[in-house]
Design a protein around this ligand. Structure first.
Ligand code: B12
Length: 301
């Protein structure tokens, strides 16, 4: 079948879906105060992007007993509440949204941080022992170690150890780094500078896991290591970043409870600019108390 024929059929179906509920009372989404099902973008286009914020609050419950309560529930969370059903199946809009979110999550895990982006941002690159994405995903242990060359390079680069070292890593979400970078890194580095804290040039760790920060910290010899890494994506949030900070990182001595986590950094959670301020304050606390993780919490009590 010709492409044009297929497009004509798709457009006819989309028109049908979009033109369905003319009476607002007959449209459960409108009744719950949530946006109605997406309309076709036009004769030459398909559906609007179902990842748009307006479709996150979709309600498909027919004749809700308490529309106000339902509206509040839906407003309170990004979880897929009250999407409705058509017989035993989910309705088309939430089903397509699920597929869209799922592919976005898969995409961000498998995507590589482009070399051009690293060059543009003048980031020095170090490598974990996971040589490619497949190895990274199937061998978490290799993501926690650095190649010998990278360790040697770090030792050479930081012969005079900085007080603080910032490391960026793709982790489980490349988009988390690409999307949040410009709003988190400059304010973080400026904040450290303004606080009179000597920070080394940030480096990028490809295919990194959290524990690799111990290896890098030891090689650099810094007092505090701040790792900004892509979080495992969820079905609704694929651009979230975490900060795992540690005082005096050491491969042999560091335990998980020594790490302090600032999670959920993205525009819909803790905005990256705000997170930068939180991290600067955290670093100050770590340097003052000479501790991180649970030891820091105890020292602050
Ligand atoms: C996956 C996950 C886990 C997995 C980690 C397994 C794994 N190998 O991936 C499991 C189920 C084991 C886990 C356990 C815990 N987790 Co958890 N976890 C997550 C999650 C969903 C994603 C983390 C991620 O993407 N990391 C990035 C990838 C690249 O890291 P990784 O190297 O592959 O894996 C390491 C990290 O995930 C790290 N890690 C995971 N959770 C935590 C929690 C703490 C406090 C620390 C220090 C490290 C840590 O441990 C892994 C091994 O080194 C986040 C939610 C989020 N939005 O970030 C919560 C999250 C980080 N976890 C949290 C908590 C509280 C815990 C536990 C303390 C729960 C408990 N009471 O036992 C434990 C502590 C585990 C630890 N390492 O010390 C909180 C941290 C809150 C905070 N700010 O302190 C988060 C933010 C969830 C939440 N919203 O409450 N977790």
């Amino acid at each position: 079948m010709e492409n044009l024929d297929i497009q004509a059929i798709v457009n006819a179906v989309l028109k049908e879906i979009g033109g369905g509920a003319k009476d607002p009372a007959a449209c459960p989404a409108a009744a719950a105060g949530a946006p109605a099902a997406p309309k076709p973008a036009g004769d030459d286009g398909g559906l609007e992007d179902l990842g748009l914020p307006k479709f996150k609050r979709y309600s498909g419950v027919k004749d809700p007993k308490k529309p106000d309560v339902l509206k509040e529930f839906i407003k309170a969370t990004g979880a897929r509440l009250g999407v409705g059903r058509v017989g035993p199946r989910p309705p088309t809009t939430p089903y397509l949204r699920f597929l869209a979110d799922h592919s976005r999550s898969k995409g961000t895990v498998f995507k590589e941080v482009p070399d051009e982006w690293l060059a543009k941002n003048k980031l020095k690159v170090v490598h974990s022992q996971a040589g490619d994405k497949d190895t990274y995903l199937t061998r978490p242990d290799l993501g926690r170690k650095l190649t010998e060359e990278s360790v040697a390079e770090l030792k050479k680069m930081y012969q005079t150890p900085p007080k603080v070292q910032v490391v960026l890593s793709d982790g489980l979400s490349t988009d988390a780094l690409l999307v949040n970078y410009e709003e988190i890194l400059p304010p973080l580095m400026n904040g450290l500078k303004n606080a009179g804290i000597n920070a080394g040039e940030p480096v990028f760790l490809r295919h990194g896991r959290v524990k690799a920060e111990d290896v890098i910290g030891e090689a650099v010899g810094c007092e505090v290591l701040v790792l900004l890494i892509g979080e495992r994506p969820g079905l609704g949030q694929s651009e979230s970043m975490s900060c795992y900070a540690i005082y005096k990182p050491s491969v042999a001595k560091t335990v998980e409870s020594d790490r302090t986590v600032v999670s959920n950094i993205h525009s819909g959670g803790t905005p990256p600019v705000e997170a930068a301020a939180v991290i600067v304050d955290l670093v100050k606390q770590m340097l003052a108390k000479k501790a991180s993780g649970i030891a820091l919490t105890q020292a602050q009590a």
